[in-house]
Design a protein around this ligand. Structure first.
Ligand SMILES: NC(=O)c1ccc[n+]([C@@H]2O[C@H](COP(=O)([O-])OP(=O)(O)OC[C@H]3O[C@@H](n4cnc5c(N)ncnc54)[C@H](OP(=O)(O)O)[C@@H]3O)[C@@H](O)[C@H]2O)c1
Length: 250
């Protein structure tokens, strides 16, 4: 993998330590969002993101998880992609241990309806307790059953999940640096709520068409304006880091 921006030069090949440095964030609270899309902005092939992936993308995915305090994900993605807990002996766990971080990190699933399956690995095999981010409108029986099964249930908002409140509650639990892995519904809500600090977008050199799962399905209330921070490249895949500014006037 090589760096194209900033400061591209002949000698810019990134080893693991360089890649970690390339994605490290300053201390303090942040929400970064990671996606891979095709060049036409599609986030899936046949319903999952795997078809867009590459070895470089998997490396970046692992590094972002290694640097995060918690993974925030919508229930649709957790279910479609078969999310599992991060274990100490996984590649992410090993990178985390190598940089002096707790080897496991929790997964926080956002679900208005508290849809997290009590029989899923995220509940039955969690190493760091899985977090459910939901709201008061969710079925109380489901919430109680998940709490009984060891899930940390955060009720944030009445009829809908209040994402700024959810991020406050996660920070109170010590999870300040939040990595959001989507999907498009959660990303739209986070942009609308104005809580996204960074978009890490991998661009696969492919065209998918169709529009089944675009990065954003609906218009945003206000256009988000992004500032380019970094571009890496491997095998024709571009790995971008964009800062999210609140508006053109910021
Ligand atoms: N290419 C990539 O990098 C990438 C990344 C992520 C996902 N994906 C793909 O995207 C697809 C899933 O898309 P999606 O838009 O359905 O994903 P999603 O945002 O993960 O899931 C939507 C569901 O999550 C819950 N949710 C999301 N945002 C919420 C909010 N603000 N408040 C309350 N609940 C919220 C709701 O669950 P309840 O219905 O339970 O209330 C909602 O129905 C999958 O095919 C996945 O493979 C691709």
């Amino acid at each position: 993998m090589r760096r194209l921006h900033p400061s591209a030069s002949a000698d810019t090949t990134l080893d693991d330590a360089g890649l970690l440095d390339g994605y490290r964030l300053p201390e303090g609270r942040s929400l970064r969002v990671n996606f891979i899309t095709s060049l036409d902005g599609m986030a899936t092939v046949d319903g999952v993101s795997e078809g867009l992936g590459s070895s470089g993308d998997r490396r970046v995915f692992r590094v972002l998880r290694a640097l995060a305090d918690v993974v925030l994900v919508g229930h649709g993605t957790a279910a479609a992609e078969g999310y599992r807990p991060v274990t100490a002996d996984s590649p992410v766990g090993r990178i985390r241990a190598s940089i002096g971080r707790p080897p496991t990190l929790p997964i926080a699933v956002v679900s208005r309806q508290a849809s997290l399956d009590p029989g899923s690995a995220l509940v039955t095999a969690a190493v760091s307790p899985t977090v459910l981010v939901t709201c008061a409108a969710a079925d109380t029986g489901r919430r109680a059953a998940l709490a009984d099964a060891g899930v940390i249930v955060l009720v944030c908002g009445d009829d809908d999940v209040d994402l700024p409140l959810a991020l406050d509650r996660l920070a109170e639990l010590g999870h300040e640096q939040v990595l959001c892995e989507g999907g498009p519904t959660l990303f739209h809500a986070a942009l609308t709520a104005g809580v996204v600090d960074e978009l890490d977008l991998s661009l696969a050199p492919a065209l998918v068409g169709g529009g089944e799962t675009p990065l954003l399905r609906a218009a945003l209330p206000d256009m988000a304006v992004l500032g380019l921070r970094q571009v890496l490249e491997e095998d024709g895949v571009l790995f971008t880091r964009y800062g999210v500014r609140r508006s053109l006037l910021d």
